[in-house]
Design a protein. Structure first.
Length: 188
DNA sequence: CGGCAGATACGCT
DNA sequence: GCGTATCTGCCGT
């Protein structure tokens, strides 16, 4: 991925990714989604998988920025992160919600018929909708079938910064970011 | 619509 | 064993 942006710390990259696009090719179809909610996870953060060091599971988080870190949780769900920071640094940005711009019918089909905001308003929901699982772990996001298309930064007054969801440690750290008023942002 | 229990497998203690 | 960066269905209001 073109250099410096994703080499920055997660707390910087997370708000910066709002408004950027995920372009997914699946079954001959093109799906385009806009990132509307993110969370930052860093190596010095007790809530982060990388906090305990580099392991087979977290290896991708410690690699170079611009790759995909996919983890499996609660026995049935996948969640996707965009790895950031320099090689050797365990940091990533969790994608918590996206807004479909193209291919919404494919997303709904992958979600068992759930459409509208219910298809992609949560980290595991959007992975199911985009058919992202363990096989995509480590994928380079400059390449098909899943690309990250960076867009210009959003205006600061369109971004809400608050605490993260679903964690038990470091609950007070305000590393969740979302686009103000966007209906696809996950519920709290 | 809000709250809660259950599902279910894997990494780490 | 235990806890988990979650979601769904079922219940009551």
């Amino acid at each position: 991925m073109a250099g410096t942006l994703l080499d920055r710390p997660a707390a910087e990259v997370a708000p910066r990714l709002l408004g950027s696009l995920l372009v997914r090719e699946l079954g001959g179809r093109k799906i385009i989604c806009r990132i509307v909610e993110t969370e930052a996870y860093s190596q010095t953060d007790a809530a982060s998988h990388s906090y305990r060091g580099r392991t087979p599971r977290t290896d991708v988080m410690f690699g170079p920025g611009g790759h995909l870190y996919v983890y499996f949780t609660y026995g049935m769900h996948y969640c996707m992160n965009i790895v950031c920071g320099l090689e050797g640094v365990g940091a990533a940005v969790l994608i918590r919600a996206v807004e479909p711009l193209e291919g919404e019918d494919v997303l709904a089909a992958n979600r068992g018929g759930k459409h509208g905001t219910e298809a992609t308003n949560g980290p595991a929901k959007l992975c199911q909708a985009l058919a992202i699982d363990k096989a995509m772990n480590g994928h380079n996001l400059t390449q098909t079938p899943l690309r990250l298309e960076l867009k210009p930064p959003l205006q600061a007054d369109k971004i809400v910064q608050t605490t993260r969801i679903g964690i038990t440690r470091a609950r007070d750290v305000p590393w969740r970011f979302y686009i103000h008023g966007n209906p696809y942002v996950s519920k709290h």
